[in-house]
Write a protein that binds this ligand. Structure first.
Ligand code: BG6
Length: 509
């Protein structure tokens, strides 16, 4: 990192979950790799009372609990936490910002840090627009003497109009190049690898279109429930929490045209075009194309799992969806007529994210004795776990007949024993520190994603006949999500296993 990138990293919401689980371990990891600037410090700010020392202890415990076990080293942790400072403040009070400014200036002076500032909003959604405005009123957005950046986390609003409002609030005082909107999925190594798979291999791109691809399927499932985030989640739901950002970005990366270069704007322009081409749902199409569900209690093994409505922070008659599956189209030349199926949910059988490209069957099938007539080749891009790529194709079953069976060619990242896959937050924080916005979203992307989802949200709100299906925890969501395929050839969801190479109902989860 260059000297002029010395900076103070200010975390709003420093006593919260995100700081403990993700931000501090990402910073510690960068520290152990010597990737932090020479003169660097973290200033945590929130309303909870901490001294520098007690904040350091708290973060040390967080590193023990949530950090990467393989890199945890007591001595290095003790050195790292000396970089941490704390300032107690009420984040919504104007008068507190002057004191924050004084604290920042005194740290910059004491530690010889240039006036570059990176502000991380690890706060409740209601403060995302407010804090940047307050920073601006005391000039902490002014780049005359050094750069000023803000990293913001979703949710960027809860529908199109609230997203526009936050956008206006932010851009009233900050310029677009200063705003880093995180979607941590885009920071995942395996998501970036979709670009390399597509654009560095001559064999895939000629097939990557409506002529050869029958459908695209994207699953992002989690085995956990809402844990201690019921209060937030109950106002959000799977559509806003996962589809608006992670799944639509995965769609955009899978479907985009080759960018003219790896320049941030060239890539983001192509992603934006995909989001602009999503075919909007008419109100009357929502019920048949978007299935929502909510997990119910169940006993898995010997463990009794609460239903969503029994979770802490969730209203007992909540109608918030914890599962969504949807079918949609991208109206452009490459994808015209190719259905995209995406699903995401909590309390599914396993944590898995993957993109599955289903190719069209051969125009004529020669092997009539086979049960595989009309089955399709698949390319599976596994984002997590067992990160890698799997190609499924047909081979001759050894024997006298021309029987056909499916075989797999697979690549597992775990076989690259000398390569570490950096966690998404580490990569993204590093990029923001270095002013590289390639993997961050622009305002237009966020707005287009909301524009696409808005008719669903309003139809769900207004039309009480649209069902919210219950599904027992530990299952793949409501069976109604299978009906989205409408009897299409090879039309079911792939049933993934923990091991990328397997699938089916008997796999080890
Ligand atoms: C977050 C969502 O953005 O992504 C969470 O708010 C979800 O609800 C998480 O659990 C999933 O991320 P990952 O990286 O574990 O797949």
């Amino acid at each position: 990192m260059k000297k002029e990138e010395n900076h103070l990293f200010v975390i709003f919401g420093a006593s919260g979950d995100l700081t403990k689980r993700k931000i501090i371990s990402a910073l510690f990891s960068l520290y152990t790799q010597n990737l932090l600037a020479t003169n660097f410090a973290v200033l945590g700010a929130s309303m909870d009372e901490f001294s520098d020392e007690s904040f350091r202890e708290d973060m040390k415990n967080a590193l023990k609990k949530f950090g990467d076990e393989t890199t945890y080293d007591e001595q290095r942790v003790d050195q790292f936490i000396r970089l941490l400072y704390y300032h107690t403040m009420k984040l919504d009070k104007d008068e507190e910002y002057k004191k924050l400014d004084d604290k920042i200036k005194s740290l910059q002076k004491k530690l010889n840090i240039e006036p570059n500032l990176l502000f991380y909003m690890a706060t409740p959604p209601s403060l995302i627009g407010v804090i940047p405005e307050k920073l601006a009123t005391i000039g902490l957005n002014n780049e005359k003497n050094g750069w000023k950046r803000i990293i913001i986390e979703k949710p960027f609003g809860f529908d199109l109009s609230s997203a526009m409002e936050i956008h206006q609030q932010l851009t009233g005082s900050w310029q677009e190049h200063q705003i880093y909107r995180i979607d941590h999925y885009v920071g995942k190594e395996t998501v970036q690898n979709i670009l390399v798979t597509r654009f560095s291999n001559g064999i895939f791109e000629p097939l990557w279109n409506r002529n050869y691809i029958q459908r695209v399927e994207i699953t992002s499932g989690e085995s956990i429930g809402v844990e201690n985030r019921g209060g937030y989640y109950d106002h959000s739901g799977a559509l806003s929490d996962m589809v608006q950002n992670h799944l639509l970005h995965l769609t955009a990366i899978t479907a985009m045209e080759p960018p003219s270069s790896m320049n941030p704007d060239a890539i983001r322009n192509e992603m934006l075009k995909v989001l602009q081409s999503l075919k909007p749902y008419k109100k009357s199409e929502v019920a048949a194309n978007v299935i929502r569900g909510q997990y119910l209690n169940a006993t898995i093994g010997n463990e009794k799992i609460n239903g969503y409505r029994e979770e802490q922070g969730v209203t007992p008659n909540s109608k918030t969806e914890t599962f969504v599956a949807m079918r949609f189209f991208i109206d452009n030349w490459r994808w015209g007529g190719v259905p995209f199926y995406i699903r995401t949910g909590k309390r599914l059988p396993m944590r898995v994210t993957e993109v599955v490209i289903h190719f069209k069957p051969t125009p004529h099938f020669l092997f009539h004795n086979s049960a595989r007539e009309n089955l399709c080749n698949k390319l599976v891009l596994r984002i997590q776990p067992d990160e890698g790529i799997l190609m499924k194709f047909d081979i001759k079953t050894p024997g006298e007949e021309f029987d056909v069976e499916e075989a797999g060619l697979d690549f597992h990242y775990s076989s690259l024993s000398d390569q570490r896959i950096a966690p998404a937050y580490e990569r993204l924080i590093y990029d923001a520190q270095n002013g590289d916005s390639t993997l961050f979203s622009r305002a237009e992307e966020m707005i287009e994603a909301w524009r696409f989802l808005d008719p669903i949200l309003s139809e769900w709100k207004q039309n009480s006949t649209i069902p919210l299906y219950g599904y027992p925890a530990g299952t793949w969501g409501p069976p109604e999500s299978d009906k989205l395929f409408r009897g299409e050839n090879c039309g079911t969801w792939r049933q993934p296993c923990k091991n990328l190479s397997n699938d089916g109902i008997f796999c080890q989860l």
